[in-house]
Design a protein around this ligand. Structure first.
Ligand SMILES: [Zn+2]
Length: 199
């Protein structure tokens, strides 16, 4: 027996999410049908609004309702330091630490020869442009994850940026190899920033 069309469609939609296979998608679909009507409406509305009202900041690539984002617009922040992260959610982790007051740049990925991802596939060109246009930037802190791809990306950025006379540093490896910065606790993250080393 086939599922009624609306359920089949819902299952298909859930399967578009990362890490969700047919079995989980089916379970979620049936769970959704059992949910309170208002909750389902709220859920659907938040999906639509997240997609419609959020954009990437044209300067740093962060997720924002306003462009430029609140961090790029805040002139009281230290304009001489840019911390480079892989994903917007990494900015949330850094901000929760409350110790970093510089600017950010989001790569939206890392270099990955296996996945065929080169420098042109991540947000590097805009970083270079930013550095060329704002000579007040004195340090770029590369906070990509301690994965092989994250390390390779850090090396690439270092070679690209250092010739311009800008200091390039890497977070200290208080973060264990292979760990994501969004899973690091605030103390570990703070130590990693304080103990950063020049590349
Ligand atoms: Zn921004």
């Amino acid at each position: 027996m086939d599922y009624p069309e609306p359920i089949a469609q819902l299952i298909e939609s859930y399967m578009k999410l990362p890490g969700i296979g047919a079995k989980t998608a089916t379970r979620l679909a049936f769970y959704t049908i059992d949910m309170d009507g208002d909750d389902v409406t709220g859920f659907a509305k938040s999906l639509i609004s997240a997609k419609r009202d959020l954009h990437f900041c044209s300067i740093c690539g962060n997720i924002t309702e306003e462009d430029p984002c609140a961090i790029c617009s805040d002139k009281s922040r230290d304009q001489s330091t840019i911390l480079v992260v892989e994903e917007p959610k990494d900015i949330m982790s850094m901000e929760s630490m409350r110790e970093y007051h510089g600017l950010y740049h989001v790569l939206h990925g890392v270099l990955s020869p296996i996945e065929g991802k080169g420098p042109e596939d991540i947000n590097i060109t805009s970083l270079v442009k930013r550095l060329q246009e704002h000579d007040e930037v004195k340090e770029v802190i590369v906070a990509t994850n301690a994965t092989p791809e994250g390390e390779a990306t850090a090396m690439y950025l270092s070679r690209l940026i250092k010739p311009a006379g800008i200091k390039v540093t890497r977070l200290a490896h208080g973060l264990s190899v292979g760990s994501d910065i969004d899973y690091a606790d605030e103390v570990t993250l703070l130590k990693a920033v304080e103990g950063r080393t020049e590349m």
